[in-house]
Structures are given as structure tokens and as C-alpha cells.
Design a protein around this ligand. Structure first.
Ligand SMILES: [Zn+2]
Length: 632
């Protein structure tokens, strides 16, 4: 196992150079082989993959800034190296010699994926088209950098008197900058959230909402227009009708038409529920037909405190991180028939990082995983799981991944988690299990390396356990009394779970529709037209002069034509959980079936088939609607 604890810049530099050199030698050898086989390409991929796990990964987690910087630089070097490999004409010609007839299905999929990667760089295109492809790609990279820079650079501030910020708590006000006697609201999330959720002055919410949703509009609107134009041109070069068709070719959804079907099935049901929800939520004598986007989160937050009336600070006392983690492991061991054992963390990059091993119950070891749970200066600021070594049956080692998160630390603080954080821990652990259990002979399909719009389903599903009383009680233990949550609190929490859910989901749907519109046949429509068409589904009246697409970072941040994936994976995750719901939340029988049919195949078989194998039928959205109390 790679030892992260004693790395130095020099070691990493040498590693990067020599591994790239080894890969180049391997490429040279492949080109000279008489009989080339797919495993030659897998060797290349797994070598590069593990190199990223040793070096690029350090860019996100290493305590030393110099090593983080080196990791980030190495990351783009490695990515460029991979791109150059696929551009290599001789290598592509050699790849084309592989006979596919006698290959097994897994190998055929690997071959097909490689073929797409090669062709993506322009093999098969005329010289003229190839040159244009290079221009487009270069331009798209520049555009996406400017797009996110413009959002980050937007320094809009709005000033308010204390009266205009009525509803904000004393501590929220205390955190705000002041200019003379006026408070400054910047576009930072904590400040935006405080106003949108708690401010009872409607005019203030409106001003802040508009400012936030109009960020970077001047600078980014032309950038977004140009990007969608170029993407469409690129798709056409490859013979695809639209960017969405091109992007979805190896996704579970397969085509934008299927995405449309998914949305169509949901929209009318969500809209019907939203009408009822509006009546339940509306306060402050606002007319129902006049409800505006800046009212929704405020209504929901008011309703939540009415229904659950649990102080967050009190609730946290039930969720000490080590206790939650230990009990989460036990639940997973039981349900999925696994064993999770502590290991010495002497190979870790920081003393707070834990190492664990994952085993089949009374059987073979499956994987290792690191838990890097607490914030540190310069560390990745969200929560995610990084796949750092792929293992796999052609290779000697076991797969290794790391959860990287920012939970409250018991070492420097009280280690007490909010309920949202508990949910996040379970979600991320779903990725860990997928990474550790998924098997393939090819690095490309190991663990969570599956279709992109499916990858969140095995983590979404984990969130359900947190809400189930059987599990909710087990993972809660009061830090002083040792009590578990009372039935009453469990019920209150569950009651508050779905407040405003149709309105919030419709907002997500409208984002996804705008994304599909921008990358579909009618990409030439004006941004305002696209924005308004998408907002129509929300049943809320939006102002006509605000265009939030210019500040919608996902559109140039890798989620182009792919934003639908959030809801898609949630629908699948909920449908998978329906078997637990029907046959027992803690049922080992279902858990083992889930492990074998969903987690173990990794990316080796199409997600559609895996889901069918596990459910015994095609997936649908009824569990998703039931979860949200929308099935009536
Ligand atoms: Zn996730």
C-alpha cells in the first residue's frame, strides 16, 4: 500500500516523471506488439489511474501547501498526457487491430468505451474537421474558465438597515459586515441563506434574490451563448444532432428523449402537489397567486420550525461523530453481510485520517478505505469520495478510496453533527461501499466507475436509512445521557422532511429543463426565452428581467446536458430502496442481493440491466413520489 505519510515534493516529482516514462515505454511496446490485447490498454489505464491517486489526489488533501500545489499541477499534466494518448494516431491504428468477435461482454464494453475516447479526439474525421475540433476544444476550455471566474469575481453587495433584515438571528446579524449603521449582504452562501430563509421583510428578500440570480449576467451571457453554439457544432462534427445526444451516448439515459420522458412523468404530479403545498405554506397574508421565488425558502423554513420545533443545538447532542460512524458501520455490516475493521493509519497523509478495511463477513478482504473527516486549512471544502487505487482482478492490490469531508472534529471541537451532516456521512459511505465492492477486470469499470448518471444512486439510497426509525434510533446516542432519540422526535423529524418538497423539486426540474433546452435542437433561442420556458413548470411567477443562467456554474462546470442526472439517480436510488421498504429496512436477504446485483458489478454491465436484475422489473418513479408523499 502506498505510504502517504512520508512523501516529499522530491518523491512525488520522481514518481510523476518515472511513471509517465513507464507509460511511454508501454505505449511504444504496444505499438510494436504483434498481437495486441485489451489488457495492454488496461495496464496503461490502471497505471495512470493509480498515479493520480498517489499525486493528483494530494492536491485536495495534503496539509503542506507546496504538495497540494504540486498535486494540482500534476493533475492537469496527467490529464493532458491521457488526452495525448488518445490522440496518438499510431496507437489508435494498433487499437483497431483488436478482434472483438470473441470478446466477453465486459471486454466488449471496454473496447466500445475506448473507441469512443479515441474517436472523441478526432480519429475518423477529415483533416479540416479535426483542425476545427481542436479550435473548438481550446475555445471551450477558455470559455469555461472565464465563466466561473466571472461568477466568483461578482462582488455585488446590497445594504440594509437592521429593520429591513427583521427575522435574522442575532448571530446571523453579528456575522455581517457593517458600513456605518447599515448591514452588508454579499453574494456568499451563508448570507444569502440567512436572508432567503429567515428574513420576514419581503422587499429585502426580493432585492437579495434578484441580485443573486443576476450575478455576472453581462459578462457571462455571451460566453454561455458561444459555448452552446460551439458544443452544438462539435456534436455535428461527430454526426450527432445535438450536444445532448452526443453527451448522453454512454449514459444510462442514452438519449435526451429519455430524459424528457422522465421529466414528463414527474411534472404534472409535482405541479398538482405544489398547488396544495402553496396553500399549506403561505404566510404573511401573501396572495397565493402572487407567491414569488423569494418566498419559497422563507415559507419552508417557517413551517419547519413550526412542525419540528427542535433546536439544532439540542438535536446535535444525539450525534457524536464516532458514535454515528460506529453504528453506521454496524448497520452496513448487518445488512450487506460485511465486516469493517480498523487498521493502523501509519500510511495516511495526516494524523486525523483513519484507515479501515472492508471484508466479506467471514470471508475475503475486499478493499481499504480512508476517512479524512475533519476540516483543515487548504483542504477540499465539500464532501466526496476519491477513488485512489483501483485494485481489480488483473492487478495485485485491493481497491482503495478515501472519503474526504468537513464534519465537526472531536479533536478540536465537540464532534457533534447536524442531522444534515449525518445524512451526508451515510451518502458518502454509499460511495465508499460502491468503490470497495465493485469488481471488474478493467480499471475503467471497477467500483463506482459506472455510467455517470447512475453513480449517485448507490449513495442516494444510503440516505434512506438515516430517516428510518429503526436506524435513526440506533445511530443516535445522547452525548450526556446516552439516550436514543425519542419516538416523538423521530416522528417530528420525518414530518419536517418533505415540507415544500414539490416546489423545491420543480425548481430543480426547471434547471434541468433549461440545461436540456440549451443543449438541444433549439439552442439558438435567447437565454431569456430559455429561462422563462423552464420556469413555467414551477407554477410560480418569476420576474421577466432576471436571467440566472449566466450564474449557473454547472452549465460550464461539467454538467452540460447532464444536470438531469441528480433527479435521475434519486429516482433510481428510491426505486432500489423500495425493496428494503417492502421486505425489511434491515433485511440481510435484500442487502446481500443489493450487494451482489448493484454494487458488485461496478460498471461492467449497463445500469439499466443491473437495476432490472435487482428489482425484477424496469425501474419507475413511483417510489420517488411515495418518498415525497406525492403518490396520491
Ligand atoms: Zn454523491
Amino acid at each position: 500500500m502506498f505510504n502517504y505519510s512520508d512523501i516529499t515534493l522530491e518523491i512525488l516529482q520522481k514518481d510523476l516523471e518515472s511513471t509517465i516514462k513507464d507509460c511511454k515505454t508501454l505505449v511504444k511496446n504496444i505499438k510494436s506488439f504483434e498481437n495486441i490485447v485489451l489488457s495492454n490498454f488496461d495496464e496503461l489505464e490502471s497505471t495512470i489511474h493509480d498515479l493520480s491517486g498517489r499525486i493528483a489526489f494530494m492536491g485536495d488533501v495534503h496539509p503542506d501547501e507546496k504538495i497540494r500545489d504540486f498535486g494540482n499541477e500534476a493533475d492537469s499534466k496527467i490529464q493532458n498526457f491521457v488526452l495525448e494518448l488518445f490522440k496518438d494516431k499510431e496507437l489508435y491504428e494498433k487499437f483497431s487491430e483488436i478482434q472483438t468477435l470473441s470478446l466477453d461482454d465486459e471486454s466488449k464494453s471496454f473496447h466500445k468505451d475506448l473507441e469512443i475516447d479515441f474517436k472523441d479526439t478526432g480519429h475518423g474525421l477529415s483533416d479540416e474537421k479535426k483542425a476545427r475540433l481542436t479550435e473548438i476544444e481550446k475555445k471551450l476550455i477558455d470559455l469555461s474558465i472565464s465563466f466561473s471566474e466571472n461568477i466568483a469575481k461578482d462582488k455585488t453587495e446590497v445594504l440594509f438597515s437592521e429593520n429591513e433584515l427583521k427575522g435574522l438571528s442575532a448571530s446571523e446579524l453579528k456575522n455581517l459586515k457593517k458600513i456605518e449603521d447599515r448591514f452588508v449582504i454579499t453574494m456568499a452562501y451563508p448570507e444569502i441563506n440567512a436572508v432567503m430563509e429567515n428574513c420576514s421583510i419581503r422587499a429585502t428578500r426580493e432585492i437579495v434574490w434578484k441580485a443573486f440570480n443576476n450575478r455576472a449576467v453581462e459578462e457571462n451571457s455571451p460566453i454561455l451563448k458561444e459555448a452552446v453554439q460551439l458544443r452544438n457544432e462539435k456534436a455535428n462534427l461527430f454526426g450527432y444532432e445535438t450536444w445532448a445526444h452526443y453527451r448522453l451516448q454512454n449514459r444510462m439515459a442514452k438519449s435526451p428523449e429519455n430524459v424528457t420522458l422522465m421529466y414528463e412523468s414527474l411534472i404534472s404530479k409535482l405541479q398538482k402537489a405544489a398547488e396544495i403545498e402553496k396553500k399549506e405554506l403561505v404566510i404573511d397574508n401573501i396572495d397565493i397567486d402572487d407567491i414569488s421565488p423569494w418566498d419559497i425558502r422563507y415559507f419552508i423554513s417557517a413551517q419547519r420550525s413550526k412542525v419540528s420545533a427542535i433546536e439544532n443545538s439540542e438535536l446535535k447532542k444525539f450525534f457524536f461523530i464516532h458514535d454515528v460512524k460506529t453504528e453506521m458501520f454496524k448497520v452496513c455490516e448487518e445488512v450487506f453481510d460485511l465486516e469493517i475493521k480498523p487498521e493502523s493509519n501509519k500510511t495516511a497523509w495526516h494524523k486525523d485520517v483513519e484507515l479501515w478495511s472492508l471484508w466479506e463477513k467471514d470471508g475475503q478482504q475486499l478493499a481499504y478505505f480512508y476517512l479524512d473527516l475533519y476540516p483543515r486549512e487548504g483542504k477540499f471544502t465539500h464532501a466526496a469520495v476519491f477513488d485512489i487505487s483501483s485494485g481489480g482482478s488483473n492487478r495485485q492490490d485491493l481497491p482503495i478510496c478515501s472519503m474526504v469531508a468537513n464534519f465537526p472534529s472531536p479533536n478540536t471541537g465537540d464532534g457533534l453533527m447536524t442531522f444534515d451532516e449525518v445524512e451526508t456521512l451515510f451518502h458518502e459511505f454509499g460511495h465508499v461501499l460502491h468503490n470497495g465492492i465493485g469488481k471488474s477486470k478493467y480499471t475503467r469499470f471497477v467500483g463506482a466507475n459506472c455510467e455517470w448518471d447512475f453513480v449517485e444512486a448507490p449513495s442516494q439510497i444510503m440516505e434512506h436509512w438515516v430517516w428510518k426509525v429503526e436506524c435513526m434510533k440506533r445511530i443516535s446516542k445522547h452525548i450526556e445521557s446516552g439516550d436514543t432519540l425519542s419516538d416523538e422526535i423521530c416522528e417530528k423529524l420525518n414530518k419536517s422532511k418533505n415540507i415544500g418538497v414539490s416546489l423545491l423539486t420543480l425548481r430543480q426540474v426547471s434547471f434541468g429543463l433549461a440545461d436540456q433546452h440549451l443543449h438541444g435542437k433549439n439552442f439558438k433561442d435567447s437565454l431569456l426565452e430559455i429561462e422563462h420556458a423552464a420556469q413555467e413548470v414551477t407554477t410560480i411567477s418569476y420576474p421577466k428581467d432576471i436571467n440566472h443562467l449566466a450564474a449557473f456554474g454547472h452549465l460550464l462546470g461539467g454538467y452540460d446536458a447532464a444536470y438531469y442526472g441528480y433527479i435521475w439517480a434519486e429516482i433510481i436510488g428510491d426505486d432500489l430502496f423500495s425493496r428494503f421498504e417492502n421486505e425489511g429496512v434491515l433485511s440481510k436477504l435484500v442487502g446481500v442481493d443489493y450487494k451482489n446485483k448493484i454494487l458488485m458489478p461496478g460498471g461492467t454491465i449497463p445500469a439499466e440491466t443491473m437495476v432490472q436484475n435487482f428489482l425484477g422489473r424496469k425501474w419507475n418513479d413511483s417510489a420517488f413520489l411515495t418518498q415525497k408523499n406525492l403518490s396520491k
